[in-house]
Design a binder for this molecule. Structure first.
Ligand SMILES: [Zn+2]
Length: 119
């Protein structure tokens, strides 16, 4: 089966390009890199801008992070406000990342409206 090297989606044989990523499919996926496997969601923000701020903040501190966004409202209005932005970080940097987000909230750099994910 062909796979997309970027989003790792599996495609039917014969398909050559990932519909989402527009990249060439490959025959086999490399085993996932450790730092990709170990991403853990730590925080949910309901504000797109804040999610971006958190991502920038974490990356400034050399913490790899991923933001996954999903709309939680069926209404097309206020998309930014009604969507959930799940922030995942490298598991090894978890305590550091939580501390950074806490500080950012304390400094009012981001609002306290998001929530931390508990294990
Ligand atoms: Zn893809």
């Amino acid at each position: 089966m062909p796979y997309c090297p970027k989003c790792r989606a599996e495609y039917r044989p014969g398909i050559r390009i990932c519909a989402d990523c527009k990249v060439k499919l490959i025959a086999f996926l490399e085993p996932e890199e450790d730092n990709w496997v170990n991403f853990k969601e730590i925080y949910i923000s309901y504000n797109e801008l804040e999610a971006e701020r958190i991502k920038a903040l974490l990356e400034e501190n050399w913490i790899d992070c991923i933001v996954r966004s999903m709309r939680i409202s069926p209404y097309p209005l206020n998309i930014g406000n009604f969507s959930e932005h799940r922030i995942a970080v490298d598991e090894g940097k978890l305590p550091e990342a939580i501390e950074l987000i806490r500080e950012a909230i304390a400094d009012e750099y981001i609002s306290p409206r998001g929530k931390f994910k508990r294990k």
